[in-house]
Design a protein around this ligand. Structure first.
Ligand code: GLN
Length: 480
């Protein structure tokens, strides 16, 4: 079993063989470190490769297997972590200068769960600074390149995680998705990316961008591997007050369950103007594949989805302006001295934040300011309520919805970097899901006119991961 487009075996195959004593975790980690050595200079997926600790963790897994123990469902599987997930004692930068030198005193809950499941963290991946962006060009440490074509962006903000999986540096990665940051880079790099239901995966230890939208989720080379990883990280966590307290169903079983009788709606508002014809054609082909496998396919309407982008670019910056107030030169990372405390803070924030982060803080502060609050932030919240209502109406008729993940395939470096609006439009298809708090995922489904991968987005209602993964499993088979 080999993940498409990647030289590595699937996570499921690695874990099964390691648990059975048929494969060495250490040799598996060494092989992936070798792949990183060979291509990382070009790709720059990582802010930090954790070669020594990964080798030590792999040796510990092998020792446990030799002692007759079962290290867990991800035994010996290398995984890359987006560098906004806290790792105890290990630099966590959010690809920002402001966190220079900071080492978190604790692990994110997902990191703890990965260790308990036997996974081996192989490195921390590059991102747009504080997860603000769609191309990874906003990283303070330089961009990541798309392994399918190094002249093009990998998408963002979790571009490093998507590229790590696409390049075969690790079979699995974690990212965060506030407006599309898992699904969009997954689509552009040709891998699977899942944004779970808000509250399904604990965010304890995820550096906050926009707290009412942020969600951690998997990247993988196959749908089955994404389901396996989701099973490990999902579930209640008392350390996150937004965490859902419900049992987690089997996601891996859903992948092979087929779509017989599943009602699938194509979102007409996300198929029109602005969507490249070659991308639209792949979504239509995906709908046909689902129909051929027994699904009932129809046309769905989510009218307020067209206002998603406008609402998001008020709500997300508003929350970011508040969340990022904590970087004051006192508590974390960078400090630039000044004559007074406020001059020190101003100098630290001026030097520590990049242009896009500053833009978001100013947009958000403006939207929340007295006199503008009702007109901007308040209005955006009303739009959010409309979007939730429109999705609810669509899910009365359909079990899952279908759309493009992105309007185009991967663009070239610099193409949108100077035009924030063009960049923001990359997320037009993914943002409505975040506003509704619902799950959605991107599955690779062929390529566009330029030969670059196209991702099809499957959207589902709250806690609809099972039907979503059923559809994804069928699309993956059909894409072969
Ligand atoms: N690209 C979007 C933004 O810049 C979404 C980012 C994300 O999901 N973290 O805000």
């Amino acid at each position: 079993m080999t993940a498409p487009g990647s030289p590595t075996p699937t996570a499921a195959a690695i874990a099964a063989e390691v648990r059975a004593g048929a494969r060495s975790a250490r040799a598996t980690v060494d092989a992936h470190l070798g792949a990183i050595d060979a291509a990382e200079a070009t790709i720059h997926a990582f802010n930090l490769v954790l070669a020594d600790s990964a080798r030590a963790a792999a040796d510990a897994i092998d020792a446990r297997v030799a002692a007759g123990e079962d290290p867990g469902p991800l035994a010996g599987v290398p995984i890359a972590l987006k560098d906004n997930l806290c790792t105890r004692g290990v630099p966590t930068t959010c690809s920002s200068r402001i966190l220079e030198g900071w080492r978190p005193p604790y692990d994110a809950t997902v990191v703890t769960r990965l260790a308990t499941a036997g996974a081996v963290v192989i490195g921390k991946t590059n991102l747009d600074e504080f997860a603000m962006g769609s191309s990874t060009e906003n990283s303070a440490f330089g961009p990541t390149r798309n392994p399918r074509d190094p002249e093009r962006v990998p998408g963002g903000s979790s571009g490093g995680s998507a590229a790590a999986v696409a390049a075969g540096f690790a079979p699995l990665a974690l990212g965060s998705d506030t407006g599309g940051s898992i699904r969009q880079p997954a689509a552009l790099c040709g891998v699977v990316g899942v944004k779970p239901t808000y509250g399904l995966v604990s965010r304890y230890g995820l550096v906050a961008f926009a707290s009412s939208l942020d969600q951690i989720g998997p990247f993988a080379g196959t749908v089955g591997d994404a389901a396996l990883l989701l099973e490990v990280i999902a579930g209640h966590d008392p350390l996150d007050s937004t965490s859902i307290d419900q049992p987690v169903p089997s996601y891996t079983e859903a992948v092979g369950a087929g779509v017989d009788g599943l009602r699938v709606g194509i979102v007409s508002e996300l198929m029109g103007e602005g969507i490249a014809p070659d991308v639209r054609a792949r979504v239509e082909a995906a709908a046909e594949a689902l129909a051929a496998a027994g699904a009932e396919v129809g046309e769905a309407s989510v009218p307020a989805a067209t206002f998603g982008l406008s609402a998001y670019y008020l709500i997300a910056p508003a929350e970011a302006s508040s969340n990022l107030a904590r970087y004051d030169g006192v508590r974390y990372g960078l400090r630039v001295d000044g004559a007074t405390t406020s001059e020190m803070m101003e100098a630290s924030r001026s030097a520590g934040f990049g242009a896009e982060v500053k833009r978001r803080i100013m947009l958000g502060t403006y939207a929340l300011s007295a006199g503008y609050y009702d007109a901007f932030y308040g209005k955006a919240l009303k739009v959010r309520t409309l979007i939730i209502a429109d999705f609810a109406a669509a899910y009365e008729r359909f079990d899952v919805l279908l759309s493009p993940t992105t309007p185009t395939t991967a663009f070239r470096f610099g193409e949108k970097a100077d035009d924030p609006l063009a960049m923001y439009l990359s997320d037009v298809c993914t943002i409505p899901t975040n506003l509704a708090g619902q799950p959605a995922m991107s599955v690779p489904f062929g390529s566009g006119a330029d030969g670059m991968p196209v991702g099809v987005q499957i959207l589902a209602p709250t806690l609809g991961e099972v039907p979503m993964l059923r559809a994804a499993g069928v699309l993956e088979e059909a894409a072969k």
